[in-house]
Design a protein around this ligand. Structure first.
Ligand SMILES: Nc1ncnc2c1ncn2[C@@H]1O[C@H](COP(=O)(O)OP(=O)(O)OP(=O)(O)O)[C@@H](O)[C@H]1O
Length: 220
């Protein structure tokens, strides 16, 4: 097994406020390159919080997070549920944007647009395409610099089954090219296509499995 790209050790994340929610409770996981890891679990189980901690966007209240990636921003891409497309830029300009901020080559924008079935929409604004098309555009942008770690929060929520398969194929290809891909999802089709499934319940890691192998993943 390779050195993990990111490792969490007994990570706990609490949100302050009246309810003081414990969103993650002592979660220890290793994320490896070359795998599509799906974080599954019911609504509110901590999926978004875990991938935000893995991305470095959320800091744990207890426990530690180790990454072998440096602080170079282009190594990590995050597709939020909100998608965060810039409304005044076209779909093509949104996808191209990371390349304007970096000297890395990455993937070709037009090739990504074709692969994600967006080429015919390239000159439209985000408001002029569907929710599913916006979702694919946000993923295309995240892939533009070919990140070593790609995290995506429910990236198939607006897709029909054929497009879920398309996104799954794209995510698996990126992982199998030697990158770590982590997707928060409760879509059964995505879970079935994962190399590894981390299941959360009430902020705890309830299961760590490899669906294709049909056996628990090695831990630790
Ligand atoms: N900013 C916040 N302030 C307070 N509580 C929060 C905050 N963000 C999340 N929570 C709570 O933390 C818990 C975990 O939330 P999280 O968004 O990680 O779950 P999730 O599994 O991604 O849910 P979903 O599938 O609905 O997106 C939930 O109980 C949620 O209400």
């Amino acid at each position: 097994m390779t050195t993990p790209v990111v490792t969490t050790h007994s990570v706990t994340r609490r949100y302050p406020g009246a309810g003081r929610v414990t969103a993650l409770d002592g979660v220890s996981v290793e994320i490896h390159a070359g795998e599509l890891t799906v974080v599954a679990g019911p609504s509110g189980s901590g999926k978004t919080t875990l991938i935000s901690v893995l991305a470095g966007h959320e800091r744990p209240d207890a426990g530690t997070v180790q990454t072998r990636l440096g602080s170079r921003w282009h190594e990590t891409s995050f597709v939020p549920q909100s998608l965060a497309l810039l409304p005044e830029l076209s779909i093509r300009e949104n996808v191209e944007l990371p390349a304007l901020l970096s000297d890395r080559t990455g993937s070709d924008t037009d090739e990504l647009l074709r692969t994600l079935d967006l080429a015919h929409l390239a000159d439209r604004l985000p408001a002029q395409v569907s929710g599913g098309e916006q979702q694919r555009a946000s993923l295309a942008r995240a892939l533009r610099l070919s990140p070593a770690l790609l995290l995506a929060d429910e990236p198939t929520g607006h897709q029909d089954p054929a497009r879920v398969q398309l996104l799954l194929d794209v995510l698996r290809a990126h992982a199998h090219a030697g990158n770590a891909v982590v997707v928060a999802s409760h879509d059964e089709q995505v879970i079935a296509g994962a190399d590894r499934v981390l299941t959360l319940r009430d902020g705890r890691l309830a299961a760590d499995t490899r669906p294709a192998a049909g056996s628990p993943a090695p831990r630790g």
